[in-house]
Write a protein that binds this ligand. Structure first.
Ligand code: F6P
Length: 546
């Protein structure tokens, strides 16, 4: 398989990048009144506008050729048909099976996985209804009031992000709390206000070996037993979500209280599985299904839409264009919707754990920049924090702006004010303010020539900052499903375009292994290991002064 940089489309894009770097988006808009119509797509519930990206017709067709030459269509079929495209771990990649609302068979190793998916969904439904309906009783025969979801990374970020996004659709049936940090302050803070008689713990870990999650789960059991004083009460207050039944048994959770998933579900793509149980407990099973339905719509769109209108593919192509060709090494995610406030954190794992890699499929060093650093926060808060950098910093950070047409809660003029900021920021980042405009403005304000000369350079905004705008109808369960699935398929396409295996995460294993060695040094007498002088000095300082 030849390296991507040897493809004719890649070479053509390199040449185009040299040309486009001399262009200003303002000029491209002025030259082509049809730019918005040309570079935007609409599907039910989503308007996707990428006309403010630094591309022209030629670049767009070169990008589409890149998708063709990298065989995206074949890879896409491989993923949807259960081939083991996570080849470093020999696993299929089938989060799409979890939301396959058509229920068409999907085979892995000669077995249709859909009956497994449906059985687990039925189990989630029954459990959710029992807990929410007040029939699941604790050790003192009281119904559950609080759910504590313990998990980290993919076993936390997805469910928590969706729970936050759908808060306004939840009734008062249950409170759901999340604990991900092994810093005991988080767990203690949550448990402080809870009644063990009415608290249910959901311990979510695909492997059931993740140290942070296991530590939190063990402390939760300890807290619980201090109150309940009866081992058998655990069965009424602890359930698990995992692929590892041996470990859940060893931990003391009965098999009937374990919700399963499979090795073909990657952690960061797992919220559609039983890992999403806390979502279903919070907003109800029907709404959880709506999240799956929204994602399924995007799966259909991704599979059946031509490349030039295929939103997740275009998202990936633009990302590759921005980072590998234009040299922008960061990307901001800026939701103008409070409900999506955790989206940047969620996408950090999604994109960076998937594609933050340095070798190709064949294990050779990639000779181009791969994915950008993903960061962000709600746009409005960002405006008063880091937008100065986005507007006038001397590195360009392309950004995704995400908003909805209708607010989840209508409070007077708030939504119009919010959206006016969204439109203003994307416009300002594109147009900027040139010298002539600054001069005219300062003159109109009665400034002297000397004052103008002093201020001029400071007030110039170069503009030409690429943005994509995504407008949802309203942030509801379906919309959340659609949005996440768009990004998931973007991540998949990025991997193929960059020739990177998106579904493993060897890079996080190194730190994990070292931490467990050092843990023994901190917790056991007489254990010490060789370290560099900095690490040795830090450990010694900690041990001597803790
Ligand atoms: O440390 C990274 C990671 O392996 C993620 O990929 C995963 O989502 C997270 O840890 C949690 O893993 P688990 O669900 O097995 O506890």
């Amino acid at each position: 398989m030849s390296c991507r940089s040897e493809l004719s489309s890649w070479k053509a894009l390199e040449q185009s990048a040299t040309k486009l770097k001399q262009q200003h988006l303002k000029t491209l808009f002025a030259q082509d009144p049809a730019r918005f119509a040309k570079f935007s797509c609409q599907i039910p519930g989503v308007l996707f506008d990428y006309s403010k990206q630094l591309i022209d017709d030629e670049v767009f067709s070169q990008l589409v050729s890149l998708a063709e030459q990298t065989d995206i269509a074949t890879w896409r079929s491989k993923m949807f048909s259960g081939e083991k495209i996570n080849f470093t771990e020999q696993r299929a990649v089938l989060h799409v099976a979890l939301r396959n609302r058509a229920n068409s068979p999907i085979m892995v190793d000669g077995e249709d996985v859909m009956p497994l998916v449906n059985t687990e969904l039925a189990k989630i439904k029954a459990f959710t209804e029992k807990v929410r309906g007040g029939q699941w009783l604790g050790y003192t025969q009281k119904p559950v009031q609080d759910v504590v979801a313990i998990g980290v990374g993919g076993s936390n970020l997805g469910p928590q992000m969706v729970t936050e996004a759908l808060k306004n659709y939840a009734d008062d049936t249950l409170n759901v709390h999340y604990v991900s940090n092994v810093d005991g302050v988080q767990l203690a803070g949550v448990l402080k206000n809870l009644n063990p008689e009415t608290t249910l713990f959901v311990v979510s870990s695909k492997t059931f070996t993740t140290s942070e999650t296991m530590t939190n789960a063990r402390s939760a059991v300890k807290w619980f037993l201090e109150h309940a004083q009866q081992q058998e009460a655990i069965a009424k207050h602890f359930v698990a979500v995992s692929t590892n039944l041996d470990k859940t048994r060893e931990f003391g959770i009965a098999d009937e209280n374990v919700f399963t998933m499979w090795d073909w579900v990657g952690g960061r793509f797992s919220l559609w599985s039983a890992i999403g149980l806390p979502i279903a407990l919070y907003v109800g099973f029907e709404r959880f299904i709506e999240v799956l339905e929204g994602a399924f719509e995007i799966d259909e769109h991704f599979q059946n839409t031509s490349f030039d209108k295929n939103i997740p593919l275009i998202m990936a192509l633009l990302s590759v264009w921005n980072s590998s060709f234009l040299g922008h090494t960061a990307q901001a995610i800026l939701p103008y919707d409070q409900a999506l406030h955790m989206l940047p954190a969620y996408l950090q794992q999604g994109e960076m754990e998937s594609n933050g890699k340095h070798v190709t499929f064949a294990g050779n060093a990639v000779p181009y920049t791969t994915v950008p650093l993903i960061w962000g926060m709600t746009g409005i808060n960002g405006q008063h924090a880091f937008y100065q950098y986005l507007h006038q910093g001397n590195t360009v950070v392309p950004a995704d702006f995400i908003a909805s047409l209708k607010p989840q809660v209508d409070v007077g003029q708030h939504h119009d004010i919010l959206l006016s900021n969204f439109f203003a920021q994307t416009e300002a980042m594109m147009t900027g303010v040139d010298e002539q405009q600054v001069r005219a403005d300062l003159t109109a304000k009665g400034k002297s020539e000397q004052e103008i000369e002093q201020l001029l350079a400071h007030k110039i905004h170069q503009g030409n900052r690429p943005t994509t705008s995504i407008l949802l109808d309203i942030v509801d369960a379906k919309a959340v499903g659609r949005l996440i699935a768009l990004y998931e398929h973007k991540i998949f396409c990025q991997g193929i375009l960059l020739q990177i295996c998106s579904f493993d995460q060897w890079g996080v294993e190194l730190g994990k292994g070292l931490a467990s060695t050092i843990e023994a040094e901190l917790t056991k007498e007489g254990v010490s290991n060789p370290h560099d002088s900095s690490t040795a000095g830090l450990i010694a300082y900690y041990k001597n002064n803790r």
